[in-house]
Design a protein. Structure first.
Lengths: 576, 415
C-alpha cells in the first residue's frame, strides 16, 4: 500500500521554478508515485489535496514553510528520495560558472559595479523591498514579479522618477534593451525603432514583426500592464517615451498598451506629440478616429503598428509644427472655441472630431447629453451651437436662408475676451440664401477690425459646402470670406482638425513651461552594454549568459527569513 | 532619542581598526584585573551558574582551585564551587579573555595588552600548548605541574623580555601573519613563530640562565598557539574601544561558555544576549565523535568580533581540511562574512581578494536581514572534565542572539 511522507522546512525560501524542478527530480526516483513541493499557502495545500497528497502536517504548514510531500510505494523509497533533497536543491546548472553567489543586492552591486539593471523575480510580497534596494543603488529595475500592490507600484515608480530610473513592471514579462533580452524576450536585430509597451506579448509581437519586416529596434521598454491605469498615471511609460524621444538612434517610436485609462491615454498622446519624431500608437480597445495627427500615426493593431513603424523608419515623413499660426498672437486668456453652425450634421461631426483634441465641448445639440449647454443663448467654454435647431427657428427662417441671427451671435461671441476661435459653416446651393458671403464676410471683417482695435487676435474659420456650379458660385463665396480675413476650406474635417490643433496647443501652452517632474532617464544608461544583477529565477541569469552579458546571480532570501516583525524593524531602521 | 546608526557604526569600526594593541608585560591577575577578588574565578563566555556549567569549564574551575591551593582534591574543590563560596564572573566583565574554558584565577599570571591608541588595557592568561590542558577542563597532576612551571619560569622570563624590548606590537604581527596563512584564531602558526622570533633574542639576554632561556624559547617555538592569548586580549582592546557608542548596531563581544553563546552590542550597553551554544561542525581526533563534544566554548571568538579568525578564512585555506572542504569554501566563508559586517579592515588584508580588508564589525541588522550568522573557527573540548581537546572545526552563532538584540535595539531607541 502506498504511503505518504512529508517533510516541512521552516524559514526557507526557494523560488517556484526551483521547487518545480525539485518536484520533478524527486518523482524520478524509484518507488515514488507522486510528489508535491510547495510553499504552505492555502491554495497550494488545496492543490495537493486534489491529487490525494494530504496529511495533518501538510494542513498545519504555513506560507513561509516549505512542504515536501511524497507518495511512495514504501517507507524506504520515500526516505531515500527525501535524503536527496538537499543535494538536488544545491545542484546548479553546470554551466553557471559564477564563483560566488552573493547573498545581497548590495554585494552583487559591488561585484559588478557597472551593472545598470536589476532583474527582480522574487515572490510578490518581497519584490517591492528588493526593488527599493535596487533603486537605492541607482539601478534600473526590470520587475518581473507579480502580486505587487498598486500602491506599492505607484510608490516605487514615483521614487524611481525622482532618481531618473526606470521601474519596468511589476508583472513585466518582457524587455529588450540595447539588443539584449531580459526575462521573456526575442532576439531582435538592432534598428531605428524604439518601443514602449504596457503589454508583454504585445511588445514581443511588435518587435518580432519589425524584425521579420527587415528592420530592428533600439530598445523595447516594458512598463507593466497597469502603468496606463488612472492610478499609476503612466509614470514609467512617459519616462520611457521621453528618453526614446531624446535618443538620436531611435527614429520612430511605437507605443502599445493593453486597454489604457482613456484619460491617461490622452496624457500620453499629449507627450507623444512633442516627441519630435514619428510615433506609432496602438492602444488596444481605444478607437482609432484618425490615422494621423501631426507626428502621431494610429495603427489598427499590433501588426499594423509594426508595419507602420518600419515604413516610417524607411521613409521618414515631414514632421513640422502641427499648427500654422503663431500662438503668441493670442492673449493668455484666449483659449475657447465658439462654433456657430447652420448645418446639424456638420455641428455633430465637429463635436465628434474635437473630442479627440479637447476635454469637453458644450453644445445645444450635444452628442452626449452630459455636454448639453445650460442655456443655448449663452456660450460656455468651448461651445458648438447649431442655430438650425428648432429652438432658434421658431418664427424665423432657417439660418441657411437667413444670416441675421448668426451674425448677431458672431458679434456677441467676438466680444468675449476668452474666445480664440470662431467657426462658421456656409452651405450654399439651391434653396440656400442667394449670397450668404455678401452678408457674412462684412460681419467677419467688422469683428476682426474690432478685435484688432481691442489688441487681440481672433481666428475665424469657415467651411464652405457647395460647388462652382451652384447659383451662389463656390469660388466667389470663398473669395469674399478670405478677403474678410477668414481661413476657409471646403472640408469640415480639415477645418475642425485645424482648430482642434490650435485650441489644444493653446490649452497646453501653460503646461509647457512647468518643470518636468523628477529626473530624466540617463540615455547613456540604456546605451551601455547590458550588465545585470538577477534576483530570483536563475533561468534569467542563464539568458544573460547565453547573450554574453555580464551578470551576477544573487542567492536571495527573504529579509529576516520572512519574519515580519524583524523585517519591519529593519525597514524602519533604513528610514531613520 | 535621535540616532544616526550609520555614523555610530562608522565610529565604532573606526575605533576597532585604529586600535593598536601592544603586549607590554605580565602581572598577577589579582593585582591588575579590574574588579577581581580572592574568592572569584573568571571564565569564558556569558554568565553561568555551577549547575549549568559545561564539563570542561567545571574541570578548569576545579583545577584552578587546586592550583590556587584553596582545595586539596577535586572533591573538595567541587564542594566549594557548588557551595556558593566562589563567585563566578565572565572574563569580559573584567577586561579579560581566555580560550576555551578560559578560567583565570587570582594568582595566575596574565598578559597585559595595551591599546596604545585609546589607552585601554586588557588581559589574558598564558597559553599551555596543545594536549591535556586546563582550558579544556583537564586538571591532572601533569596539567597542574605545567601551570606551576608557567607561573615560575615561562611567565617571569617572558615578562622580563617584554619589558626589556618595550613590548610587542600585536597588530603588526597579525597583519603580517594574515599574509602567511593564518586566520588569526584557529591557525596562528605564523604569528606564533613571529612572536617567538621577536621574543627570543630578549629572552636570551634577560633570562636568569641559558637553561631557562632554552626551555622557554623551545616551549614558545613548539606551541603553534603561543600567541593566541595575547591576540585575544589584543582583539578585546580593539572591540572594547568601540563599545558603548549610542546608536551603534555593531557587535563588540561574542563569547561562549560551553553552555550558552553570548553577545553584547555597542549601542546596547552591558546587556548580554544569550542562546544555547551550538555543537561545532568538526573533524574529530581519532577515537572521538560528535557525541563526545562539548558545546562551543571560549572567548576566542573575540577574534572574529574584531574582524579576523573565521572572517579571514580566505587567508587560511589550509583550515578547510577541518570541515572536509575545498579552498574555495574558505574564500566563500569570508565572502559570506562581508554580507554581515560593516567595514573592511584597514590593517588586515586578504591578498587573494585583491587585498580587500577582512570583514570587520558584525552588524546585527545585516545578520538578521540576511539570516547569516558569524562563522567561527574553533577547537572542540571533550564534554567531560579532564579529557581535553577532541577536535577542531567551524561553528555558526545562533541566530536568535542577533534577533533578540535587534528587538532590544528597536525598543531602546523607539524604532
Amino acid at each position: 500500500m502506498a504511503i505518504i511522507k512529508t517533510e516541512i522546512r521552516r524559514g526557507v525560501y526557494i523560488d517556484s521554478a526551483k521547487l518545480m524542478k525539485l518536484q520533478r527530480s524527486l518523482a524520478d526516483f524509484d518507488g515514488i508515485l507522486d510528489t508535491g513541493v510547495i510553499m504552505g499557502t492555502d491554495s497550494n495545500k488545496e492543490l495537493l489535496s486534489h491529487i490525494g497528497l494530504t496529511s495533518p502536517e501538510i494542513l498545519a504548514s504555513k506560507p513561509d514553510e516549505l512542504v515536501i510531500a511524497l507518495k511512495a510505494d514504501d517507507e524506504k523509497s520515500a526516505e531515500f528520495a527525501l535524503s536527496k533533497v538537499d543535494e538536488l536543491l544545491a545542484a546548479r546548472k553546470g554551466n553557471n560558472d559564477q564563483d560566488y553567489q552573493p547573498r545581497s543586492l548590495e554585494t552583487a552591486a559591488g561585484m559588478l559595479p557597472d551593472a545598470n539593471w536589476v532583474i527582480v523575480s522574487v515572490a510578490g510580497r518581497y519584490a517591492a523591498g528588493v526593488t527599493r534596494e535596487a533603486l537605492r543603488l541607482g539601478k534600473h529595475v526590470h520587475l518581473f514579479s507579480d502580486n505587487v500592490s498598486i500602491e506599492e507600484e505607484i510608490e516605487l515608480k514615483k521614487q524611481a522618477r525622482e532618481l531618473g530610473l526606470l521601474v519596468m513592471g511589476p508583472d513585466c514579462g518582457t524587455a529588450m534593451i540595447g539588443g539584449m533580452g531580459l526575462a521573456f524576450a526575442n532576439k531582435i536585430r538592432l534598428g531605428p525603432i524604439g518601443i514602449v509597451a504596457a503589454a508583454g506579448t504585445g511588445l514581443q509581437q511588435v518587435a518580432c514583426r519589425i524584425h521579420q519586416l527587415g528592420s530592428g529596434i533600439t530598445s523595447g521598454i516594458g512598463t507593466g500592464g497597469k502603468d496606463l491605469s488612472e492610478k499609476v498615471g503612466a509614470i514609467t511609460f512617459l519616462m520611457a517615451l521621453e528618453v526614446l524621444a531624446r535618443d538620436p538612434d531611435t527614429k520612430v517610436i511605437v507605443l502599445t498598451s493593453k486597454p489604457p485609462s482613456p484619460k491617461v491615454a490622452e496624457e500620453v498622446l499629449k507627450k507623444a506629440r512633442k516627441a519630435g519624431k514619428p510615433v506609432v500608437i496602438n492602444f488596444i480597445a481605444r478607437p482609432v478616429t484618425t490615422l494621423r495627427d501631426g507626428n502621431l500615426f494610429f495603427a489598427t493593431g499590433l501588426d499594423d503598428a509594426a508595419r507602420l513603424a518600419v515604413e516610417l523608419a524607411n521613409n521618414p515623413p515631414q514632421i513640422g509644427s502641427d499648427i500654422d499660426v503663431d500662438l503668441k498672437i493670442f492673449k493668455p486668456e484666449q483659449k475657447y472655441l465658439r462654433g456657430l453652425f447652420s448645418g446639424g450634421t456638420l455641428a455633430y461631426e465637429a463635436q465628434y472630431i474635437l473630442a479627440g483634441y479637447l476635454p469637453k465641448v458644450w453644445a445645444n445639440s450635444p452628442l452626449n447629453k452630459e455636454n448639453k449647454m445650460e442655456n443655448s443663448l449663452v456660450s460656455q467654454e468651448h461651445s458648438i451651437i447649431d442655430l438650425g435647431e428648432d429652438e432658434f427657428t421658431v418664427g424665423r427662417l432657417h439660418p441657411m436662408m437667413d444670416n441675421e441671427l448668426r451674425i448677431r451671435r458672431l458679434y456677441e461671441e467676438a466680444k468675449d475676451p476668452e474666445v480664440a476661435v470662431i467657426m462658421l459653416d456656409v452651405v450654399i446651393g439651391y434653396g440656400s440664401h442667394p449670397n450668404p458671403a455678401s452678408e457674412i464676410a462684412p460681419a467677419i471683417k467688422k469683428v476682426l477690425d474690432d478685435t484688432k482695435k481691442a489688441n487681440r487676435h481672433l481666428e475665424i474659420v469657415c467651411v464652405v459646402t457647395g460647388t462652382d456650379e451652384d447659383p451662389q458660385d463656390f469660388n466667389e463665396q470663398v473669395k469674399l470670406l478670405k478677403e474678410a480675413g477668414a481661413w476657409v476650406d471646403p472640408s469640415n474635417e480639415v477645418v475642425v482638425r485645424r482648430i482642434g490643433r490650435i485650441l489644444r496647443a493653446l490649452a497646453e501652452r501653460d503646461s509647457e513651461d512647468t518643470a518636468a517632474i523628477g529626473k530624466p532617464v540617463d540615455l547613456e544608461s540604456l546605451k551601455k552594454p547590458m550588465q545585470a544583477i538577477n534576483v530570483g529565477l536563475e533561468s534569467f541569469s542563464e539568458n544573460l549568459k547565453d547573450q554574453n552579458a555580464p551578470y551576477v546571480q544573487v542567492d536571495w532570501k527573504p529579509p529576516a527569513g520572512g519574519n515580519e516583525k524583524l523585517a519591519g524593524i529593519l525597514e524602519r531602521m533604513k528610514n531613520l | 532619542m535621535a540616532i544616526d546608526i550609520e555614523k555610530a557604526n562608522a565610529k565604532v569600526v573606526e575605533r576597532f581598526m585604529e586600535a593598536r594593541p601592544v603586549a607590554t608585560t605580565l602581572a598577577k591577575a589579582i593585582e591588575v584585573v579590574p574588579g577581581f577578588h580572592e574568592n572569584m574565578l573568571l571564565h569564558a563566555g556569558p554568565p553561568v551558574t555551577w549547575e549549568r556549567m559545561s564539563g570542561p569549564m567545571k574541570g578548569a574551575m576545579i583545577g584552578a582551585l587546586i592550583f590556587e591551593g584553596k582545595a586539596k582534591s577535586a572533591e573538595e574543590a567541587e564542594k566549594m564551587l557548588s557551595g556558593g563560596k566562589i563567585e563566578f564572573s565572565p572574563n569580559h566583565e573584567h577586561m579579560c579573555t581566555g580560550p576555551m574554558a578560559g578560567v583565570i584565577s587570582p594568582s595566575m599570571l596574565v598578559y597585559e595588552i595595551e591599546n596604545k591608541t585609546h589607552g585601554i588595557k586588557c588581559f589574558s592568561n598564558l597559553n599551555e600548548g596543545r594536549g591535556k590542558v586546563l582550558r579544556m577542563g583537564a586538571y591532572s597532576q601533569d596539567v597542574l605541574d605545567k601551570l606551576s612551571w608557567m607561573e615560575t619560569t615561562l611567565g617571569p622570563t617572558v615578562k622580563a623580555a617584554l619589558e626589556a624590548m618595550d613590548g610587542i606590537d600585536i597588530r603588526a604581527i597579525l597583519s603580517k601573519a594574515m599574509h602567511m596563512g593564518d586566520d588569526g584564531h584557529n591557525r596562528l602558526d605564523a604569528a606564533s613563530v613571529l612572536w617567538t622570533t621577536q621574543l627570543a633574542p630578549w629572552i636570551a639576554k634577560t633570562a636568569k640562565n641559558t637553561d631557562t632561556a632554552f626551555e622557554v624559547i623551545k616551549f614558545l617555538g613548539e606551541n603553534a598557539l603561543s600567541i593566541l592569548n595575547p591576540v585575544m586580549a589584543g582583539c578585546k582592546t580593539m572591540t572594547a574601544a568601540g563599545h558603548n557608542v549610542e546608536g551603534s548596531t555593531i557587535v563588540t563581544i561574542m563569547a561562549r561558555n560551553g553552555t550558552d553563546w553570548g553577545i553584547k552590542v555597542s549601542g546596547l550597553g552591558n546587556q548580554w544576549f544569550t542562546a544555547q551554544s551550538p555543537i561545532v561542525k568538526s573533524l574529530y581526533f581519532p577515537g572521538f565523535t560528535e557525541a563526545d563534544a562539548c558545546r562551543d566554548i571560549g572567548d576566542s571568538v573575540i577574534t572574529e568580533t574584531a574582524g579576523i579568525g573565521g572572517f579571514a578564512m580566505a587567508n587560511s585555506p589550509a583550515l578547510v581540511t577541518f570541515i572536509g572542504g575545498v579552498p574555495k569554501d574558505a574564500i566563500n566563508t569570508t565572502l559570506d562574512m562581508y554580507e554581515i559586517t560593516y567595514a573592511e579592515h584597514k590593517q588586515f588584508t586578504i591578498p587573494l581578494l585583491d587585498f580587500r580588508g577582512t570583514p570587520t564589525g558584525v552588524d546585527i541588522r545585516k545578520v538578521v536581514e540576511k539570516q547569516i550568522t558569524p562563522r567561527v573557527n574553533t577547537g572542540v573540548a571533550h564534554k567531560d572534565p579532564g579529557v581535553g581537546q577532541v577536535g577542531a572545526g567551524v561553528a555558526s552563532a545562533p541566530m536568535s542572539l542577533f534577533e533578540d538584540a535587534l528587538v532590544a535595539f528597536a525598543e531602546k531607541y523607539n524604532i
